[in-house]
Design a binder for this molecule. Structure first.
Ligand code: SAH
Length: 214
């Protein structure tokens, strides 16, 4: 895996582009400026790793646009040491951004093929996060409550189990909607039984599907 001056230059440009599009959080921008996004794409797409596009990562799934990753990460407001549950490991790129922000990440992927492939890459990159093959609708009760929950696939509704696993004072960022578009939604748990909800515009994700897939 090579990260050369050309890649670094392309990354600087990408960060400038994200700033122009309204991303303000310096820590998020620094993380995106640090992580070699081309490691997460198949060789044929390396040239495009730093354009603001979504690309195939196998099993009919895509790595999210850098802008989407930046937007969700900014909204999440991760602090060092936070326990973060991620639904939809995919390529592992968003996972790495969260780890770079200081989070302890627990990431769930339902596609066995991607889970296996990404685990290999994460080991190579020495990324300290926990990866699970499972159904994100159920979250992961073992390590709850989570300070932050991020869903990186389009959810038709907000899963109850995820609300239950969110710490009081915790934030969940989840795109909610049907197949063609979803509304970026921020949920804050204000007490044991109370949640607030704010919406942040339309995005387009691959769908959040139920059950595991071999
Ligand atoms: N964060 C990823 C985005 C990948 S796309 C990245 O940076 O590359 C969304 C991912 O969510 C896909 O890999 C898809 O297989 C996964 N997914 C869809 N439904 C899921 C579910 N119920 N539980 C866990 N993962 C799911």
């Amino acid at each position: 895996m090579i990260d050369n001056y050309r890649h670094k230059g392309l990354r600087r440009k990408l960060v400038e582009e994200l700033v122009a599009k309204g991303i303000k959080d310096d820590k998020v921008l620094a993380a995106i400026g640090t992580i070699p996004r081309h490691y997460f794409l198949d060789n044929a797409f390396v040239e495009f790793a730093y354009s603001n596009k979504a690309f195939p990562i196998g099993a009919d799934q895509t790595i999210s646009h850098p802008y989407t990753v930046a937007f969700q990460s900014e909204l999440l407001q991760v602090e060092k040491g936070h326990k973060v549950l991620e639904i939809g490991t995919g390529s592992g790129y968003q996972t790495c951004v969260l780890v770079e922000l200081g989070a302890k990440v627990f990431s769930i992927e339902r596609q066995k093929e991607l889970y296996d492939k990404t685990r290999v890459l994460m080991r190579k990159m020495n990324v300290k996060a926990k990866f699970y093959y499972g159904d994100g609708y159920k979250g992961n009760e073992v390590f709850m409550p989570y300070d932050r929950i991020i869903v990186t696939c389009g959810a038709p509704f907000i899963p109850k189990d995820l609300l239950n696993q969110l710490a009081i004072g915790g934030r969940m960022v989840i795109p909610v909607g049907e197949l063609d578009k979803q509304v970026m939604t921020l949920i804050v748990r204000t007490s044991e039984k109370e949640f607030t909800k704010k919406e942040y515009g339309d995005f387009r994700f691959v769908p959040m599907l139920e059950k595991k897939n071999r």
